[in-house]
Write a protein that binds this ligand. Sequence first.
Ligand code: FES
Length: 140
Amino acid sequence: MAYSKEVVDRFESVLANPNAHGVGRFDPKDPNIATGVVGAPACGDVMKLDLKMNGDTIEDVKFKTYGCGSAIASSTLFVELLRGRTIEQAKQIKDKEIAEALELPPIKLHCSVLAEEGIKRAIENWDEKSKHRRHNQTNS
Ligand code: FES
């Protein structure tokens, strides 16, 4: 199975310049950071996604993906799509869009699903933190 040109280009670009693609993590102690960690049951690969929030807006994104070229290419595309979006807008981004843009074959569809799951977990994490913050504000 050959990777599409888009996957290969993105993968090579990440290797050449990881910072430009958001590879890494934010300070986990920063209260404005939401994190999602997911594993792909199909292959055992793992993705960690950090959202840097400014109110309801995703100001910046970083990721670490221990996975195949498709998973890394999917991660970079999600990072680009998430920056500057609100949480509600981020929820609308689906793995199918990513799979189509990267021309992923059926056997690699779980790689883009991994990235979508990472976003869902990070958003859940942000919702929990926001609830906790509101709870603390009303009880102080
Ligand atoms: Fe595991 Fe692609 S093969 S994420």
